[in-house]
Design a protein. Structure first.
Length: 294
């Protein structure tokens, strides 16, 4: 399904940062196009901290400017949307509004990487050139509970080596999906009057983290992607901890990015790569991987 067939009428959030390329709030039009001096690197957001990540990465990437592609607006009922097509169409809309023409460079961290891949796929189908797709420690498709994707579970089980390999596939795939849904269900049982206090006291708790609406929405969207292969080259910036955890050098992007996957090792873990000492390694790896623009 192309972005043009989606009715993504959600407005883009405004941002007050002056160091980043920005889009204006409200429906996209010609006035929303970003005017700036250097080439744009579109950073597709899935998490609240992605704004901070962009601010940290932009200075060492000069002359590239990071265009922060924000999550969709809240729905009329005040809750974040949970439909993947809404998130993807919103991101495509922001990218096209900021850069109506020319080759596109995309970047996504964690779940934002899944969104970035889908944005690249749509842009390619619509005739746009995508000359860079960077995924920062982003997991590709892994087995889900949906019958339509059971073929992937069967394929991974067939490729697994020994009991440990089989357990790894089941644990990282179907079992993890069941666990997420159980955590969501337990969080929904917390009385509304106690949710704010519980979240403030334990923001990263196994259950209480799912009291935050955007966290629930992000995981819900990530678990419902229906990936299709796309002829795009993908550069994966990969921590050793993630490679070891998933036992996959390409984090399961190989069968999706048919243009090939280039893996670039980076320092730290999934949550510490933006810390001092690790950030510099990531920024230099990104700088070297970005295409040359006139």
């Amino acid at each position: 399904m192309s972005a043009s067939s989606w009715s993504a009428s959600v407005p883009c959030p405004a941002t007050e940062r002056t160091t980043h390329a920005t889009t204006s709030a409200g429906p996209h039009d010609e006035a929303a196009a970003v005017q700036l001096e250097g080439p744009l690197l579109h950073s597709i957001h899935a998490w609240e901290l992605d704004d901070r990540h962009d601010a940290l990465l932009e200075p060492p990437l000069a002359p590239w400017r990071i265009h922060s592609v924000h999550r969709p607006a809240l729905q009329a009922n005040g809750s974040p949307p949970r439909a993947p097509e809404v998130w993807i169409a919103n991101a495509v809309e922001q990218v096209v509004a900021a850069q109506p023409e020319g080759p596109v460079a995309l970047l996504g961290y964690s779940q934002g990487g899944k969104l970035a891949f889908e944005v690249a796929s749509i842009l390619l189908r619509n005739g746009r050139e995508v000359d860079f797709l960077g995924e920062i420690d982003a997991l590709g498709e892994y087995p889900t509970l949906r019958p339509a994707r059971w073929w992937l579970t069967r394929q991974l089980l067939a490729e697994a080596t020994g009991p440990r390999g089989i357990w790894l596939v089941l644990r990282r795939g179907p079992i993890s999906r069941i666990r997420w849904r159980l955590m969501w269900a337990l969080a929904s049982m917390v009385p509304p009057s106690r949710r704010a206090a519980a979240l403030a006291a334990h923001p990263n708790g196994e259950v209480t983290r799912y009291l935050e609406p955007w966290t629930v929405a992000t995981w819900a969207v990530a678990s419902e992607f229906d990936f299709q292969p796309a002829p795009v080259e993908l550069t994966l910036f990969l921590t050793e901890s993630s490679r070891a955890y998933y036992q996959a050098d390409d984090l399961w992007w190989g069968h999706l990015a048919t243009g090939g996957v280039t893996t670039v090792p980076i320092a730290g873990t999934h949550t510490s790569m933006f810390d001092p000492g690790h950030l510099e390694v990531l920024a230099e790896a990104l700088r070297l991987a970005l295409p040359q623009r006139p």
